[in-house]
Design a protein around this ligand. Structure first.
Ligand SMILES: [Zn+2]
Length: 263
């Protein structure tokens, strides 16, 4: 650690202390609904409307989440010049909220809305305000919500929810996040591979590496003889590749790492 050259790969487990559940990890309950796919979102107007109703509620929680000691420790390590890069699978923007810079957001960011027709990017707050304005009586109660901002909601609460379209072109709006069934943009993946290949250590934080989207970076590191260290609560699929594996809460371990950088 002390020699620097560390690239961080973070996952949902880093944000659980901020109140955002990790639906794959040990602390999260198994999600009750199938995650939204790109195909369903774009082709099924009813599913899309229900998605927006749930996501609108989910955002009330995720949008208010604050970074925790783990995010702050990563930002401090970067400030100390020990990090060559930060790659995150999270869409909550909490690395940046803690002061980190140049974060590669593999799966996008819920705080941005993109137009699928003209590509315009707008802030989530603006979308939230527009949805509130056209749904003055919407009083849906979220039962639970997931790390991707998709809240669980009784179907009857979704009746009558109205969505809005792009102000510029009237096109379809979607949170600027990568859905199931969607691929991460190639340039983002390429930049991430380049970072990993030039690292001394790949430090995996709070990712069970269940999906190939994250695991491929560990496999690439191993292929290039780069050390892999994992701090994660519970089982991780990266275990066979790790030269250091710490199963402990990130909010407790990371501040120590950042304060006393040792190899
Ligand atoms: Zn548009």
């Amino acid at each position: 650690m002390a020699e620097g050259g560390v690239v961080v790969l973070s996952g949902a487990g880093l944000s659980t202390d901020s109140g955002i559940p990790d639906y794959r990890g040990p602390s999260g309950s198994a999600r009750r609904s199938t995650p939204m796919t790109y195909q369903t979102f774009t082709r099924d107007p009813i599913a899309r409307r229900r998605y927006w109703a749930r996501s609108h509620l989910g955002w009330r929680t995720i949008g208010q989440a604050a970074p925790n000691d783990g995010h702050r420790a990563v930002a401090r390590l970067q400030e100390q010049g020990l990090l060559d890069g930060i790659i995150t699978q999270n869409v909550d923007g909490l690395h940046q909220a803690a002061g980190a810079r140049d974060v590669i957001e593999l799966h996008g960011n819920l705080a941005r809305i993109t137009c699928l027709d003209c590509g315009a990017l707008t802030p989530r707050e603006e979308m939230g305000g527009r949805l509130d304005a056209v749904n003055p009586a919407f009083a849906g109660v979220a039962i639970a919500f997931n790390a991707d901002g998709d809240a669980e909601l009784a179907d009857e609460s979704l009746d009558g929810f109205t969505t809005v379209d792009c102000l510029d072109c009237g096109g379809m709006l979607k949170p600027d996040v990568v859905y199931f069934g969607e691929t991460v943009p190639a340039d983002r993946v390429q930049r991430s591979f380049e970072l990993v290949e030039s690292a001394r250590t790949l430090l995996v934080l709070g990712s069970s590496l269940t999906v190939m989207s994250g695991r491929r970076f560990v496999l690439r590191a191993v292929k290039h003889g780069i050390r892999v260290a994992i701090v994660n609560r519970g089982v991780t699929r990266g275990e066979p590749y790790a030269s250091l594996l710490i199963d402990a809460p990130l909010g407790i371990v990371l501040p120590h790492v950042a304060a006393v950088p040792t190899a």
